[in-house]
Design a binder for this molecule. Structure first.
Ligand SMILES: Cc1cc2nc3c(=O)[nH]c(=O)nc-3n(C[C@H](O)[C@H](O)[C@H](O)COP(=O)(O)OP(=O)(O)OC[C@H]3O[C@@H](n4cnc5c(N)ncnc54)[C@H](O)[C@@H]3O)c2cc1C
Length: 153
């Protein structure tokens, strides 16, 4: 299968080129809009999938489920898929893959069930999350996906 072009490889139209001109800055700076949106609501983003923690449930010693409400950028998932969960730890973004542990629901909530690994930074940080906090989600992906545009675990 031919891999689909990454965003950087896609052809740019003349209108897009004009809009990207520094003349329009900061209006054409999507990261500036993201920063503004985050000030208003940490879960808002024009480009990134984020999710707010609604509930944490202790399933067993060292195993905790996070119930999350993704924002509108999140495109959903199918059973058996996993997602890249990204957390800011000591000022640096770190990401690990986690499987969806509940079937897709009509209300759009998702559940991840995470086992704390000794000395594991992301699983430990995930266990410290509290309701109301916001995290970043990648695009749901198949474990065997060959899509070159998605980040690996
Ligand atoms: C497709 C997929 C789905 C997954 N689904 C789930 C899921 O549903 N639930 C779940 O809990 N996990 C799942 N995982 C595993 C998850 O992605 C993480 O690997 C796991 O949570 C550990 O992340 P961490 O950052 O806490 O630890 P990591 O940094 O990944 O470290 C893991 C372990 O390695 C040891 N280690 C790390 N660095 C070193 C080093 N330099 N020297 C010696 N030891 C070291 C640490 O002590 C730690 O115990 C999945 C993984 C994949 C690939």
């Amino acid at each position: 299968m031919i891999p689909s072009p990454t965003p950087a490889q896609r052809p740019v139209s003349p209108v897009q080129r004009l809009w990207r001109h520094p003349l329009w800055a900061p209006l054409n700076d999507v990261q500036a809009w993201n920063r503004l949106a985050r000030v208003l609501n940490p879960a808002w983003s024009f480009t990134e999938s984020t999710a707010r923690v609604l509930r944490v449930v202790d399933e067993a010693p060292g195993v905790r489920s996070l119930w999350l409400r993704p924002n509108r950028r999140f495109a959903g998932f199918r059973p058996g898929q996993h997602v890249l969960l990204e957390l800011e730890i000591n000022g640096a973004r770190q990401a690990r893959c986690f499987s969806f542990s509940h079937a897709p629901r009509p209300d759009g909530l998702v559940r991840l069930t995470i086992k704390a690994k000794p000395e594991g930074p992301v699983s430990a940080a995930a266990h410290r999350l509290q309701p109301g906090q916001v995290l970043r989600l990648g695009r749901a992906q198949e474990t065997s996906s060959r899509d070159a545009t998605i980040r690996r675990c």
